[in-house]
Design a protein around this ligand. Sequence first.
Ligand SMILES: C[S@@+](CC[C@H](N)C(=O)[O-])C[C@H]1O[C@@H](n2cnc3c(N)ncnc32)[C@H](O)[C@@H]1O
Length: 394
Amino acid sequence: MTEASTVVRVAARGEGVTADGRHVPFAAPGDRLLENGMIEAGPHHQTPPCRHFPECGGCQLQHLDDAAWSQFIVDRIAGALAGQGLSAEIRAPALSPPRTRRRATLHAEPSGRVGFAVEKSHAIVDLAECHVLAPELFALVAPLRRLIHVLRPRRRLDIHLTLADQGVDLLVNGIMPEGLAAAEAITAFAETNRLARMAFDEGYGPEARWEPDAVTITLGGVPVPLPPASFLQATREGEAALVQAVKSIVGEASIVADLFAGLGTFAFAMPGRVYAAEAGREAIMALKAAAARSHRQVFTEHRDLYRRPLTPAELDRFGAIVIDPPRAGAKEQAEALAASRAPRLAYVSCNPSSFARDVKVITEGGWQIDWIQPVGQFRWSTHVELAASLSRNS
Ligand SMILES: C[S@@+](CC[C@H](N)C(=O)[O-])C[C@H]1O[C@@H](n2cnc3c(N)ncnc32)[C@H](O)[C@@H]1O
């Protein structure tokens, strides 16, 4: 029998919850809350691997072993569905290993501190180690610190790092360096660290100061031009798990719609003809150029799917539909999907709450959820991603 003080689950924000409903920070399922307020570690409580945990805002769940983290992900999805009166088969989550994050935003203070922001604060943890970033990204932290001392920013900078085909693509927001000393320091930094690109943006758009070769990211075997700070799935492993799930849903459909297509993560993985819609101008132009160059049958449309969702009649032309909206979900598009007669739908989501809300609308139109593949690509964080298979039942 479970004691009242035993932690039985992890809440959406990451704290443990006891059988009698008390919230306990940094407690894992199986831990016990003692009378003196201390936690007695249970079998799923692991020693956090990083010295910066829990101050660093990059991770919230390093005290959970992988089994408990998986269960958290499944519970989060099941809970969001239950909130809408829904349930579904939820498969075992595909977890990305440590040190595989290929895209991250770090912050730098004028003092030279470089790292993630402290949870619920503006302070920055000066990173001495990181167990989630790909080694290529982490290797830049110390050299960045030295560069910041030369650039002498007046305010905090946001540094977007992306691992591209040619190396790391770095975009620094908040400064446009001027003068010879800065120019020389930037060139030396980019050259020594073999950067693919280094760009700066002070609010008027990115300006590349280093880009020896055109920067690309290969998606589905196609090198796609990579605009600075583009959306990409956070890890290669996460991308592969989502792509595999989407491919199994789409099957042999000869024409597929990829809605909220980004740079074409799913469009370029599809076997047949693809229609790709995306509101980001740079992204859809990159996708279009890559499709033309690689002779892929991908038809692109620069379209705001919140203001102008595909209509049921437009959707009915496709053998399968893939939708991967931002965190807010796709309320307007979900309403049209509910009325569409397209046979298959792959809904990819980074937010179980908006997913459940949209899927509720879609199922009311005669669809059913076949299964859900969760993906944990933000290791030790409370972010949850998923790909869901839906088909018409009437
Ligand atoms: C979660 S990302 C998915 C991108 C892509 N499917 C991938 O896996 O790389 C969501 C995409 O939706 C785009 N987006 C945001 N709002 C949009 C809108 N109103 N209409 C169309 N696309 C939008 C973003 O630019 C972004 O590329």
